[in-house]
Design a binder for this molecule. Sequence first.
Ligand code: C2E
Ligand code: MG
Ligand code: MG
Ligand code: MG
Length: 293
Amino acid sequence: LERAGDAGGFELIDLSLADHAVDRLTLIADLPRAIAAGELFLHYQPKINVRQQQVSSAEALIRWQHPDRGLIMPGDFIAAAEDSGLIGPLTLWTLRQVIADQRRLAALGHDIPLFLNISGMLLANAGFIDEVCEIITANPAAKLGFEITETAVIRDPESAIRHLQRFADHGVVLAIDDYGAGLSSLAYLKQLPAKELKIDKMFITQLTSSHRDPLIVRSTIDLAHALEMEVTAEGVETPAALALLSVMGCDLVQGYLISRPVPFPALCSYLGEQDQLAETMASRPVFLRSGSS
Ligand code: C2E
Ligand code: MG
Ligand code: MG
Ligand code: MG
């Protein structure tokens, strides 16, 4: 028990933490079964090219439909999968799934790259890197991207950069995810073979109500452009944020304003209705002005 400051009461902080730990343990023990039982599935969230007003790619986000616990989000099992060593097999499953979905998209005439999230810690695992390269070599037509958080790169920069270069040599587009949220290092950023920088949503969701976030976002966009990278803003929730990002020269946007992460069939129909998307975006006056400048 811990004394809660101003409120003058007591909180069951320790107990709830213990519960959570037990929870994670049982969940993780259950994960291999869940993969085999087909309880994991992917949602896709489109990334929109601001100038072209078109879907440029989509990101796969994993979910777990548990028979007893219902829908479990990645925030509740990815960290545990990393701790337990299951993240490797889980990511290979995701990679195969994404390749199959990308092939389906291409067959429907929507040959856009699909991105998956790769835990940075896997970049230290040579066996994992080999398996990934094997799978993508066997599927040369699949347009793929990997989103990687750069905090992990800093832990062992040389080998991580070497491994990322192998992915890039195999035609995989690399994006740095959650930029600004962790220990961002400009020194390593410069060396990474990444084409895309994703600004963490913590700087985007309050973009138009904060004093500092617009300054941080603008300078990050300029920095990324100086390094010849494309910039994605994640967490775009309002027309005002979209308008401001457009003025700032942000290349790609992703967020609930445009689309939540959706099941694969919904992504397919979304891609078939892109005229509608252009209309939605063009109907925002500020956005139009900046787009034509
Ligand atoms: P992320 O890759 O940075 O993904 C962005 C997260 O923000 C997603 O949460 C997405 O649903 C959410 N999001 C998207 N648009 C908005 C918005 O407009 N507002 C707000 N507030 N949130 C938005 P999700 O799906 O719960 O995923 C959380 C994290 O879990 C991801 O962050 C990623 O780091 C990790 N993750 C998801 N799938 C995988 C996977 O297959 N493998 C690995 N290693 N990690 C994954
Ligand atoms: Mg991501
Ligand atoms: Mg992110
Ligand atoms: Mg994130």
